[in-house]
Ligand binder design. Structure first.
Ligand SMILES: [Cu+2]
Length: 264
């Protein structure tokens, strides 16, 4: 029984590390590799922090296991009183503070690229692709008419869809995000993009899908009973296909089927 706690804590930590190592093999990991250039940078940051925390975790558990093993209670022996070590305390305060400061400085560029409007692509900012309105429980999408610029207020010739956002691939695009009722969160897991939709705010979100492909669009904020079904799709297309798609939407919405008879 003396060695039980040493084995218990070492065993639990080993299991945790093993689960992490095996996770990707069983699909318990990211939903695939990042599908956008910024997503790749975000993943790199994630892995850097994962390595730092993993090394710390393994080191702490190795020391804990060793100490529990070596000093497990032997009857008839008095415990030694230790008042603490000033030098040691200074070291274990300064080292984590240094690591945190390093992470804070190292991630600044990615954060700025992700969130600071001044860093957004100016052309994409001037021509937002669509407005996405989150409401219980769907994504309403409003595109400007072909050749027009999206206005903050709806226009008579705007085009609408629900839960089906199309964008051109291979270049930065901006969408304007609105919240109509409660808090929702616009989440593109494959692109590593997440932004809360807040009632009363019109928030620009930029992203770039590397390849023409379909991706998940989900709500990442528990927003009510139908939160689970607030699921849409992001379809990244070639520029030509995207143009075609917008034209199809226009025909579907405004073509009344009337064809004047030809005069003989
Ligand atoms: Cu929602």
């Amino acid at each position: 029984m003396n060695k039980f706690w040493s084995l218990f804590f070492t065993g639990a930590a080993t299991l945790a590390v093993a689960f992490f190592a095996l996770g990707p093999k069983f699909g318990w990991w990211f939903p695939g590799p990042a599908a956008s250039p910024l997503g790749t940078q975000i993943d790199d940051l994630f892995y850097l922090i994962l390595v730092i925390t993993a090394v710390t975790f393994i080191a702490v558990h190795a020391v804990l296991g060793y100490i529990l093993w070596k000093f497990s209670g032997t009857s008839g022996k008095r415990a030694q009183f230790q008042h603490g070590s000033h030098a040691l305390e200074v070291v274990w305060s300064i080292v984590p503070a240094g690591i945190l400061l390093f992470i804070a400085l190292y991630q600044m560029d990615v954060w700025a690229a992700y969130r600071m409007k001044s860093r957004f692509d100016p052309e994409a900012m001037a021509n937002p692709i669509a407005e996405v309105s989150a409401r219980q429980f769907e994504w309403r999408i409003r595109y400007p008419a072909p050749g027009k610029v999206l206005q903050d207020s709806p226009q008579p010739d705007d085009l609408y869809t629900v839960n089906d956002l199309h964008v051109p691939a291979g270049r930065p695009v901006v969408i304007k995000l609105r919240g109509e009722d409660v808090l929702h969160s616009f989440f593109l897991p494959h692109l590593r993009i997440k932004q809360d939709a807040v009632p009363g705010l019109l928030i620009p979100v930029w992203f770039e899908a590397s390849e023409p492909k379909a991706y998940d669009l989900v709500c990442a904020e528990l927003c009510g009973w139908g939160h689970y079904k607030m699921r849409g799709q992001l379809t990244a297309q070639t520029e030509a296909d995207f143009k075609k798609y917008i034209e199809t939407l226009k025909t579907a919405q405004f073509d009344d089927g009337y064809q004047p008879e030809k005069e003989e």
